[in-house]
Design a protein around this ligand. Structure first.
Ligand code: COA
Length: 171
């Protein structure tokens, strides 16, 4: 498997995957938990995992900006990790773990944050994924997105990496 910064020609494949698995509304429980599909602004922050030239997963990591403070009660700085996704066929094979590890190793002196959907459906796999790298819940955020569903309200975990670097994963 190859993990690298997204190349321009890989971006349409990534977008397609993100559309397939993004959350649509509160009634649709089948599509996964990516909050919104990738858009053009995500390109620079995108790291891709591919096998034999086929994109199997990706992760976004970018510096936190003041715009992020709108949905958080904390004014933090560091890197935000989000939109981590692996094609269903390849899940459970450590691919997301390798993507997260790649980012943590790339920016060894950064503090990392991510948010994970907690309600109406809890994203346990994602909690486990980040939990094993030392991320811990630091707050819950009520997030109102009326276009996403009936009440459109989500509760999110916000997590912070307390361990600067993960123990290297051997699998
Ligand atoms: C979350 C997601 C990216 C995980 O990808 P993956 O490549 O299958 O993850 P990994 O194989 O690296 O597993 C990571 C950890 O998650 C946990 N995990 C994996 N599959 C699990 C399952 N079916 N049930 C519970 N925990 C699970 C385990 O703790 C695992 O680590 P371990 O095997 O060392 O114990 C993938 O399920 C996905 O794309 N989901 C839809 C999109 C999404 O929810 N993204 C997260 C947004 S924040």
């Amino acid at each position: 498997m190859k993990i690298e910064k997204c190349r321009r020609e890989q971006f349409p494949e990534c977008k397609e995957l993100s559309q397939k698995y993004c959350f649509r509304n509160v009634k649709d429980k089948s599509k996964g938990f990516i909050f919104k599909p990738l858009d053009d602004q995500d390109f620079d922050s995108l790291t891709v995992a591919s096998i034999k030239g086929v994109v199997v997963g990706f992760i976004c990591a970018r510096p936190i900006t003041e715009a992020d403070w709108d949905f958080s009660d904390r004014r933090v700085s560091g890197m935000y990790i989000g939109k981590v996704l692996v094609n269903e066929t390849y899940r459970g094979q450590n691919i997301a773990s390798q993507l997260v590890e790649h980012i943590l190793e790339k920016y060894p002196s950064e503090t990392f944050y991510t948010s994970i959907r907690y309600a109406p459906d809890r994203n346990i796999v994602s909690e486990n994924l980040f939990g094993k790298f030392g991320f811990r819940q630091i707050s819950k955020v009520r997030w109102n997105e009326p276009e996403l569903g009936d009440d459109g309200e989500w509760t999110l975990f916000e997590l912070k990496s307390f361990d600067k670097l993960p123990v290297h994963i051997v699998k």
